[in-house]
Design a protein around this ligand. Structure first.
Ligand code: AMP
Ligand code: SF4
Length: 456
């Protein structure tokens, strides 16, 4: 059941622009890596909210005509990435609701750890749920609120829930953005010709030509009014920020920035740190394309080894991780990555990946490299051993599927077919990203937001 509520997504919102829907579509293209299952846009047109959403990639859901039809001065958008069981059209977002306080549309990235509890309670009180998303829990809490406005009802609903989240809410008054109290999920504020916007990542701002203004602070709720004003409705507190380390390690796009810091450079430093902690006796460094190439670059530079193009990715096969069943994941990897044998034949290879989750990618790659003539294959992972499930919105499913949780380092080495295997330390992650703290729960088991047994 919990699996059905877990999701990792991208959100965007903008006000004060007659082309709000087109800009949102553009931003969603840039956020496509955050979710490939469904996409949607809601617009505000003279007090009324209209919605278009569907299953598939942004370009499959939105034809030019769909975007043109979405006339309005403010919009929010969403791309969704879900886990097994939740791949249903009704779970596509934004979620549209007509409440007694007025119409609203809600889009969400992340996971609420107490959503099941809240849902049970709401159902006992007579609420009828249409989806299996925890976004709908927020919508029901808002719809039942005794507050005077949608804006207050939204803040009230968030106070009753906890987790790792970023929300975009569209109301007749504009767009609201909210980030969880630990800032686990990212959200930034930008401006396009004076008009404010919010986005999960800065790459979406760049895509529409907007300037980055600042991060939405952990716990902050901001309102972008229709005239372009930005109001802090709930102040945030950056002092205990625990941004998801996995955003920097894997999830965010390398051309995005976090607190002004380049994701690409952070990944390069993860690779350098890995080289310092775990040098390998090798002739050539290969990164698993594309997400691990910056770490491979850093690793190679630190050890003065050549980094070469030993693996080629077929860009037209979807991310292997999103196939719900293991067998389709396996064939996904096979179709997706091939070896340039000239690079690896007769050489000792060190293969860098950003993470080892189920081990599907590595098992396949070590075999491919040996078949192509590599004499040794050393595997180095630019993140710690992934031992605990994520409860804050990144799909890493249940503990049984986490290969590092099932075996010791030596056994793991055998399971993935490597000559040696080492991981970056949790301290090493902090050293490389240069931030005082992160959520590192999937590596350390220290969950910043407690997760009740019943929610696991
Ligand atoms: P696995 O093959 O299951 O060990 O997963 C690790 C590989 O999948 C690495 O190459 C990562 O770049 C990628 N990966 C890690 N986490 C995720 C995620 N949440 N979604 C999609 N891909 C991921
Ligand atoms: Fe990110 Fe891991 Fe924390 Fe989940 S548990 S939010 S993946 S660091």
């Amino acid at each position: 059941m919990t699996g059905e509520l877990r999701e990792a997504c991208g959100v965007f919102g903008i006000v004060g622009r007659p082309d709000a829907a087109a800009l949102t579509a553009e931003a969603l293209f840039a956020l496509q890596h955050r979710g490939q299952e469904s996409a949607g846009i809601a617009v505000l047109d003279e007090g009324a909210i209209r919605l278009h959403k569907g299953m598939g990639l942004v370009h499959e859901v939105f034809q030019l005509e769909d975007v043109k039809r979405l006339r309005g001065e403010a919009a929010i958008g969403h791309v969704r990435y879900s886990t097994t069981g939740a791949s249903r059209p009704e779970n596509a977002q934004p979620l549209y609701v007509r409440a007694h306080l007025g119409p609203f549309a809600l889009a969400h990235n992340g996971n609420l750890v107490d959503a099941l509890h809240a849902r049970d309670r709401l159902e006992r009180e007579g609420a009828i749920f249409q989806t299996t998303t925890d976004t709908e829990v927020v919508a029901h809490l808002m719809a039942r609120s005794k507050r005077q406005s949608l804006e207050e009802a939204f803040q009230d609903a968030l106070r009753q829930l906890s987790g790792g989240y970023a929300f975009a809410l569209l109301t007749p008054g504009g767009v609201l953005g909210a980030r969880d109290p630990f800032g686990i999920r990212p959200l930034v504020l930008g401006r396009l010709h004076g008009m404010p916007c919010i986005a999960s990542e800065t790459c979406a701002l760049m895509a529409i030509g907007a300037e980055y203004e600042r991060e939405v602070a952990p716990g902050e709720v901001v309102q972008l009014d229709l005239q372009g004003g930005v109001h802090v409705l709930t102040p945030g507190d950056a002092s205990h920020e625990k941004l998801c380390a996995f955003e920097l390690i894997y999830f965010a796009r390398p051309d995005s920035r976090c607190d002004g810091e380049s994701i690409y450079l952070a990944r390069r430093r993860l690779g350098q740190q890995l080289a310092m902690e775990a040098p390998a006796p090798a002739d050539v460094v290969l990164g698993v394309p594309d997400s691990s190439l910056p770490a491979a670059e850093g690793y190679a530079a630190e050890l003065s080894l050549p980094q070469e193009l030993g693996l080629v990715k077929n860009r037209y096969v979807g991310r292997t991780f999103i196939h719900p069943a293991q067998h389709s994941r396996e064939s996904g990897v096979q179709r997706k990555l091939t070896v340039v044998s000239e690079v690896v034949r007769g050489r000792r290879v060190v293969l860098i990946d950003d993470s080892l989750v189920r081990g599907t990618t590595m098992r396949h790659l070590t075999r491919l490299l040996r078949d192509a003539g590599a004499v040794e294959v050393h595997v180095r992972i630019a993140s710690p051993r992934y031992l605990h499930p994520c409860h804050y919105g990144i799909d890493t499913s249940n503990r049984d599927e986490l290969i590092a949780a099932a075996a010791g380092e030596d056994e793991l080495k055998g399971l993935i077919g490597a000559d040696s295997l080492r991981f970056l330390s949790a301290q090493g992650v902090l050293r490389a990203t240069g931030r005082p703290d992160h959520c590192l729960a999937c590596f350390t088991g220290e969950y910043p937001v407690p997760v009740a047994e019943s929610e696991i």
